[in-house]
Design a protein around this ligand. Structure first.
Ligand code: WAQ
Ligand code: MG
Length: 256
């Protein structure tokens, strides 16, 4: 399996036209697949977008391409769950975790002031913790992290072991957080879904791992958030290249 060729499979779906023509983002997804599994990978992404709580898409693009670089393996970030009763309590926990991860409080406040403005994206915001400025320059698009996955059988073993739901969503979020936090310039990530029915979000960092917070927004709210707080970035272009292009497999345990 380790020597096999892999393909990056990506999907984006929107309503009222494609994203670049002002359509509403419905869903996106990325997988790594062997050639034999491509049909299945495309189907998983197709289904993810066709039955989506943000609405029915009228535009969808699914593409695959062979990966020419070796795939790096990463252990999943350690996981923790913070049970909270309210959005206020959840957001207080999130700010506290961000501060402990090394984001200064005034920068956290600055980022929060911008969250409503940033919440219609299909990607993530890069926020520099020195200047307190957004640095990705991608406007309504954001940066989409890609070329990453976790083999389902290995993920399910992990999920059973940690008594976590065997959910595609948890898998995708932990894969993304593991890839992003593995870069030396990433200080922390703050995320909650733009899907109206999903209110659990997280703060991830090298120091504290993947810290789930059970309520970061009200049920029914379609405004999501994904911010990568970065520090000491000498080369923005190579950071973005890592996020978009470096292939990563998350793997738990030591088989392979
Ligand atoms: N790269 C960059 N940004 C992304 C990506 C990606 N691959 N995927 C999603 N985003 C951004 C985009 O702006 C979305 O609107 C936003 O994040 C939310 O994405 O229980 O479901 O896929 O442990 O809706 C976290 C908690 C769930 C899971 C997060 O996000 C758990 C979630 P969604
Ligand atoms: Mg979503």
């Amino acid at each position: 399996m380790c020597e096999e060729k892999f393909y990056s499979v990506r999907m984006r779906a929107a309503q009222n036209g494609p994203h670049e023509k002002g359509g509403k983002h419905i869903s996106g997804g990325e997988q790594l697949s062997t050639y034999d599994n491509l049909k299945n990978a495309v189907n998983v992404l197709l289904e993810k977008a066709l039955a989506h709580s943000r609405g029915n898409p009228d535009f969808m693009q699914i593409q695959f391409e062979m990966i020419d670089k070796p795939i790096k393996k990463l252990r999943p970030l350690p996981i923790g769950t913070n049970e909270v009763e309210s959005v206020e309590e959840g957001q207080a926990v999130a700010r506290n975790l961000l501060e402990k991860a090394g984001v200064p409080m005034e920068i956290i406040e600055k980022a929060y002031e911008k969250i409503a403005e940033y919440s219609e994206l299909r990607g993530a915001i890069l926020f520099d913790i020195r200047s307190g400025l957004r640095i990705d320059g991608q406007n309504e698009k954001g940066i989409r992290v890609s070329r990453m996955d976790w083999l389902t059988t290995n993920f399910e073993k992990w999920a059973d072991h940690y008594e976590m739901p065997r959910s595609q969503r948890v898998k995708e979020a932990l894969v993304l957080a593991t890839k992003v936090s593995a870069h030396p310039a990433t200080v922390a990530e703050l995320c909650w879904s733009d899907d109206p029915e999903y209110v659990t979000g997280y703060v991830a960092s090298k120091k504290q791992g993947y810290q789930r917070i059970t309520k970061l927004k009200e049920y029914g709210d379609e405004l999501g958030c994904r911010i990568f707080f970065v520090d000491g970035l000498s080369d923005l272009h190579s950071y973005i290249d890592y996020l978009e292009k470096q292939p990563i497999f998350v793997q738990w345990g030591d088989n392979c």
